[in-house]
Design a protein around this ligand. Structure first.
Ligand code: 13P
Length: 303
């Protein structure tokens, strides 16, 4: 495989099709390197909503590409690896929302962006890991159902104690691997290092952190910090930007299993093929787009 040739083909196809490539911070290094925009789910959803190109190649997992399509229904959104899903997003269904609404009619639904489009369509507002606290605080109802991530939900509950928040039982299979013992071991091995974690980690891990934030917020924090060493509690794709922006600092990943198998499905070849064969195009039912768009726009308004 001639990597340089594939990169040239991608550049040429991008020009021909008036396309941009956006990549999540968990993508493999080679994809982050060629992407036009790299970031967390909030940043990428804003980029997709604001850009004027006709085609978006979304390198991430399925709910992210769906969100791009919902925010830009007139654009063609291509998703190179069709089976790159998110197990957390699949832990909640439309039927679950219907039954919650029946059981708790006075509550508003704040839905994490890691969720299917049909679930978003039945929610009042969407949030990402970077703005969940702000959205719950600013939403004009004190009774909230937060779903599907129970760990992000617990983090929000602690930050917004004045609200009555019901949690759902979902979790990220990758972040869930990190246990308190891993943190204690890492802190012992690197006593000078600050601990930066994603709020999808277990509450007992989050409790020990020096900083809790989205992938972009972790990168920004480490970049502006005076500290020289950091223990990182999230997926290891984040190391690409951390090291690129901070060549003089040291980063230790908290657990060797911090690899999201779905985020790692995209390759340079699948990105080239996405552009070459227009695949796989994201299409969402019109009535779902309408409801989900309302909830996503509410997030942009409140954050
Ligand atoms: P970010 O909001 O930090 O991009 O995280 C998305 C995600 O899926 C974390 O597992």
């Amino acid at each position: 495989m001639d990597i340089e040739k594939i990169k040239r083909e991608i550049e040429e196809l991008k020009r021909q099709k008036n396309a941009i490539i956006v990549a999540h911070n968990y993508q493999i290094d080679e994809i982050q390197e060629i992407a036009d925009f790299v970031g967390d789910s909030f940043y990428l959803s804003k980029v997709c909503a604001e850009r004027t190109e006709n085609v978006i190649v979304f390198c991430g997992v399925h709910f992210m590409a769906e969100s791009a399509k919902i925010l830009s229904p007139q654009k063609k959104v291509l998703f190179p690896e069709i089976d790159a899903g998110c197990p957390l997003a699949d832990m909640i269904t439309e039927e679950d929302i219907d039954s919650l609404k029946g059981k708790y009619p006075d509550y508003s639904i704040v839905c994490y962006i890691n969720s299917p489009a049909a679930v978003k369509a039945k929610s009042d507002v969407i949030c990402t890991s970077s703005n969940a606290v702000k959205i719950v605080k600013n939403f004009p109802n004190d009774k909230i159902i937060f779903l599907p991530d129970k760990n992000l939900g617990s983090f929000v509950k602690k930050q917004v104690p004045e609200k009555d928040i019901i949690l759902w039982e979902g979790f990220c299979i990758t972040h869930y691997k990190i246990k308190k013992e891993d943190v204690l071991k890492a802190k012992e091995a690197h006593p000078e290092a600050l601990l930066l974690v994603h709020p999808e980690c277990r509450p007992e891990v989050v409790e020990l952190a020096d900083f809790v934030g989205s992938t972009k917020q972790i990168i920004d924090f480490a970049t502006s910090s005076k500290a020289k060493e950091f223990i990182i509690g999230t997926e290891m794709g984040i190391l690409y930007s951390l090291k690129k922006r901070n060549p003089d600092k040291k980063f230790y990943i908290l657990h060797p299993g911090m690899i999201c198998p779905n985020m790692k499905k995209n390759t340079l070849e699948s990105v080239r093929n996405a552009l070459l064969y227009d695949r796989y195009e994201i299409n969402i039912e019109e009535n779902v787009v309408e409801g989900a768009r309302k909830a996503l726009l509410k997030m942009l308004e409140l954050s």
